[in-house]
Design a protein around this ligand. Structure first.
Ligand code: FES
Length: 670
């Protein structure tokens, strides 16, 4: 029977199915959860999925609408124009050729947990956008004619306040806002609240006294997008909204999106529209509650995003270029030159971003071809340039970005870790969602595992069925570190097939694998395993990080790290001991290794709340020295050595102590 390839996004799960299999069954076979309240009868309309059309070079797949059976009358009942083009009901569409399918958020049964909660920041509140209440003298016929804007601009108290804030004595007004001015002034009985950007330009006018002003700090990651709705007066995050990056169907990593842009006509525009639509969705969701709570700024504005008067945004350079509609081609090939390095202020409306119409967005500066505004966010949030100790900051995402140094000198680099840390490219990998195995322990003597699944309180004891579906990034790191500690794999990552356990076996193709969960413990009806290819994918990812750190250390003449900071939401969920056991970074005292959460997002929040932080970002982005590690003559050798667990040659005295304490049989070079 003919078989066809199917890829589901955003999970990245893929496999072959027989001709005529419907997409719902294909999804189930591949461990992808799609809502199907009617059980696939075609009567609930919940299983809507989108066909991604085009040639996807990375997957060598030509995905077409007509690779599915023709649209049925039943489907037409449920598919609305507002669903967008290329939608199908998964239970009705049969696979007749290779297809790439995107499962929209609404149709996903196990909703993704985006772990990017905002932490408390300590920062002086001095935002770029401020509100001022101005009470003006009513005009009369007895005085010379003064226009509404001139009357406002000439108001002494406002002039004084702006002089204090920005040292400026001239004020302009956004042209579209000027249209509101006459009515606002009169509605407020000559009392009006003006929102001023950087002491220079009026970007909003509201009748009467309005106190609250909101800003949105946005972090666009390769895989997830998060927006922090922030009260600009208090600095408090009032709402956090996140989503999978809707560009994922165009490529899971940065390089494949650049390739998509280069090989598909209108590719940049298409991806730009996708991310801007996504951001607008975040804006609408983040501000929806404001109106529900009866907040005035939301209600009066009439449009949900109008309550937002400022927006800061960080991303890696490829996402930056695509977002702004620049051609990302030149940052994708040597010598990796970006269109612009400085930060940019852009009218939000010029990009179609639905916040207050007169507002600007501030795009943080970028460092180099592959070290983006997100790393500048990390830089200004963690301030290694104010530290005496030598610190290595690892921002673990689909692209790994590193900062190393102290107050004397800081270097940065990026390494292509790929999405393995996020569960992609791992056979049973999945995003962090209910049902994902997130923590693992393996008993060295028996090789029996214990694991914890997201959404369940307790560790699995093999007594009850726990409905595991796959393994997320933190689970993979734990599992492979534990497999190494238990002697299931050796230093080179190779399986030891002599170990006596039914869990260590060969798959259908004769390749070694370890069974983490038996089929009857899972909700996918199949064993959850880690195979040799998974171990290799993780070794490649961690090897890239380690080699990057090591080469930077060599360049800077640093022999020992005083501190390791794990940035990125993912960094907060990985076990630091497991990370060190694998050799994701050079040896360091374990107490000096800590996670700081989404530091890139923290940087965006700081730039939102404090203008001086924007200046700091501009200066420090130019001060940091970028190191291109891929062209270093030692790179290949370092990378190869770093593929070993924890490393082929380097000494790990701190890890050695730890493992000795835990009575692990593994011998570490101390
Ligand atoms: Fe209900 Fe497809 S599963 S309509």
């Amino acid at each position: 029977m003919t078989r066809h390839r199917v890829i589901f996004q955003p999970s990245g799960r893929r496999g072959e199915v027989e001709d005529g299999t419907n997409l719902l069954d294909a999804a189930r076979n591949l461990g992808v959860d799609i809502e199907s309240i009617c059980g696939g009868k075609g009567t609930c309309g919940k299983c809507k999925v989108r066909v991604e059309e085009g040639f996807f070079e990375k997957d060598a797949m030509d995905s077409r609408m007509n690779h599915l059976s023709p649209l049925t009358g039943q489907e037409m009942k449920f598919l609305k124009p507002s669903d967008g083009p290329a939608m199908r009901l998964a239970c009705a569409a049969q696979v007749q050729g290779d297809v790439k399918i995107f499962v929209p958020e609404k149709s996903r049964a196990g909703k993704q947990i985006v772990r990017k909660a905002a932490k408390e920041l300590t920062i002086a509140i001095d935002p770029a956008v401020k509100k001022y209440f101005v009470e003006m003298q009513k005009p009369s016929l007895a005085e010379p004619i003064t226009g509404d804007f001139e009357r406002l601009r000439g108001h002494e108290a406002l002039r004084e306040a702006l002089r204090r804030q920005a040292g400026l004595d001239g004020l302009s007004i956004d042209f579209t806002v000027l249209r509101d001015l006459q009515d606002a002034i009169r509605k407020g009985n000559w009392g009006v609240t003006v929102t001023v950007w950087k002491g220079r330009e009026i970007i909003k006018v509201e009748p009467g006294f309005v106190e609250t002003a909101y800003g949105l700090a946005v972090d666009v990651g390769t895989t997830t997008v998060v927006g922090y709705l922030t009260d600009l007066a208090t600095g408090k995050v009032v709402n956090t909204e996140s989503m999978m990056n809707p560009q994922v169907p165009y490529g899971e990593d940065v390089m494949s999106r650049i390739t998509y842009a280069m090989t598909n006509e209108g590719g940049v525009r298409k991806m730009q529209k996708t991310i801007i639509d996504g951001l607008n969705e975040i804006i609408a969701k983040a501000t929806k509650d404001l109106r529900a709570n009866g907040d005035l700024s939301g209600k009066k504005a009439g449009g949900s995003g109008d309550a937002i008067v400022d927006l800061t945004i960080v991303f890696n350079t490829a996402m930056h270029h695509i977002f702004l509609g620049f051609n990302p081609e030149y940052i994708g090939r040597s010598p990796f030159i970006p269109a612009i390095q400085h930060g940019i202020d852009i009218k939000a409306r010029d990009l179609g971003i639905k916040i207050n119409r007169g507002s600007y967005i501030y795009v943080l500066p970028i460092e180099a071809g592959f070290v983006g505004a997100d790393n500048v966010g990390v830089l200004i949030a963690e301030e290694p340039y104010n530290m005496d100790e030598t610190v290595l900051i690892i921002d673990i995402g689909t692209n790994g970005e590193l900062l190393l140094g102290n107050r004397r000198r800081v270097c940065s680099t990026s390494c292509a870790t790929g999405p393995a840390f996020e569960g992609a490219q791992i056979k049973m990998g999945m995003r962090a969602a209910p049902g994902a195995i997130e923590k693992v322990k393996i008993e060295p003597a028996t090789k029996e595992p214990l694991y914890k699944v997201i959404g369940k309180e307790d560790w699995h004891t093999h007594v009850e069925k726990i409905d595991a579906k796959g393994i997320c990034g933190s689970g993979i790191i734990d599992a492979i570190a534990e497999m190494y500690k238990a002697g299931i794999i050796d230093k080179s990552g190779k399986f030891d097939m002599t170990a006596k356990s039914p869990r260590i076996r060969r798959d259908h193709d004769g390749k070694p694998e370890y069974v983490l969960a038996w089929a009857d413990e899972t909700s996918i009806g199949a064993d959850i395993t880690i195979n040799q290819a998974d171990v290799r994918a993780l070794q490649l990812a961690k090897g890239a990080l380690y080699a990057g750190a090591k080469l930077m250390m060599q360049k800077m003449g640093i022999e020992k790290l005083d501190k390791v900071i794990l940035a990125g939401a993912f960094g907060s969920y990985i076990d630091k001991e497991s990370a060190m056991t694998l050799g994701m970074f050079p040896d360091c005292e374990i107490d000096k290794v800590y996670a700081v959460g989404n530091a890139a997002g923290d940087g965006a929040r700081m730039a939102l709340l404090n203008t001086a932080k924007r200046d700091e970002a501009e200066q420090r982005a130019r001060w940091v020295e970028f190191v291109e590690i891929a062209v270093e003559p030692n790179f290949e050798r370092e990378f190869m050595q770093a593929m070993h667990l924890p490393h082929m040659k380097d000494r790990f005295p701190n890890l050695k102590k730890l493992l000795e304490k835990a009575a692990s049989p593994v011998v570490i070079n101390g």
